[in-house]
Design a protein around this ligand. Structure first.
Ligand SMILES: CC(C)(COP(=O)(O)OP(=O)(O)OC[C@H]1O[C@@H](n2cnc3c(N)ncnc32)[C@H](O)[C@@H]1OP(=O)(O)O)[C@@H](O)C(=O)NCCC(=O)NCCS
Length: 251
């Protein structure tokens, strides 16, 4: 089993405390957000990457460097999956939605994570045609109309978690990634896709949300809620309570 630590934090509560942890460039970028909610998520996400990186690496937060250059395309643009410089073997993935920031970290496997609010206004009929495989769409259509949005979002988070694992993101057509089983399967995987299909795990997040984790090995998940940034600092990250979210749990 591969240990994966999943951290969840509330941006409404913690963004202000997180601000001093940003770099100058991040502070400048945060000031350009029009939406207060999006700004809070950005601030907390970037601060937590630095703070948790500091805890995992055992270095001061200001020495944590995040590399966002794309390793999958020739331009090396800053649209790649983030990695910590000097931390070979430590992988992490970030997602934010509503007021929550979720980060999954592991030094035992590669990880991808995604979280969405369940009350997101969307039309599963319209979106499904572009993002679901035929069998996934048929299962969705067979459900009562009221149950379709939640089911669609569960499929969506599993797909996004899988495509974030290696850094492809939405450049992989989501309809080509089947996630209605315990793994994410593609008929023709793109360059850089893991050799074994990523395993999918539904994460136990607050009930207004749905979240998924993709991993390259069967995960043992420790879920931790961050209520105060002061508790993270340079202390080694150790799970206080381990809750096995169940690898390959059904959706
Ligand atoms: C990655 C992506 C799916 C994120 O989806 P989203 O719904 O916008 O946002 P989420 O909240 O779920 O995730 C945001 C986080 O994804 C991470 N991320 C960004 N690019 C990523 C990538 N290529 N792979 C994995 N994770 C990525 C970042 O950590 C980001 O949070 P941060 O900016 O606060 O650090 C989407 O932005 C995307 O597809 N980007 C393009 C990726 C791309 O062009 N890849 C090039 C392949 S050649």
């Amino acid at each position: 089993m591969a240990d994966v630590e999943v951290w969840v934090a509330d941006a409404v509560v913690l963004a202000q405390q997180a601000e001093p942890l940003l770099s100058t460039a991040e502070t400048e970028r945060s000031a350009r957000y029009v939406s207060v909610a999006a700004r809070r998520l950005f601030v907390l996400s970037r601060a937590l990457q630095r703070l948790l990186g500091s805890a995992y690496l055992g270095v001061p937060p200001e020495r944590v460097e995040v590399d966002r250059s794309c390793r999958l395309c020739s331009d090396g643009g800053d649209h790649g999956k983030p990695y910590l410089r000097g931390a070979a073997g430590l992988d992490y993935s970030v997602s934010h939605a509503g007021r929550l920031v979720l980060l999954a970290w592991s030094s035992a496997c590669r990880v991808g994570a995604d979280i969405e609010r369940l009350d997101r206004r969307l039309d599963p009929g319209l979106l499904g045609a572009r993002t679901l495989a035929a069998a996934e769409q048929a299962d969705l259509d067979a459900l009562p109309a009221a149950d379709r949005p939640a089911r669609f979002l569960r499929l969506w988070t599993r797909k996004e978690a899988a495509v974030k694992l290696a850094g492809h993101g939405l450049t992989v057509p989501l309809a080509s990634v089947r996630v209605d089983g315990p793994t994410a399967c593609l008929a023709a995987p793109p360059a850089g896709w893991p050799a074994e299909p990523p395993m999918l795990t539904t994460l136990p997040v607050p009930e207004e949300y749905t979240a998924a984790l993709a991993t390259t090995a069967a995960p043992r998940v420790a879920l931790r809620e961050i209520t105060d940034l002061a508790g993270i600092g340079l202390a080694p990250a150790r799970p206080a309570d381990r809750r096995d979210a169940g690898p390959g749990a059904t959706i």
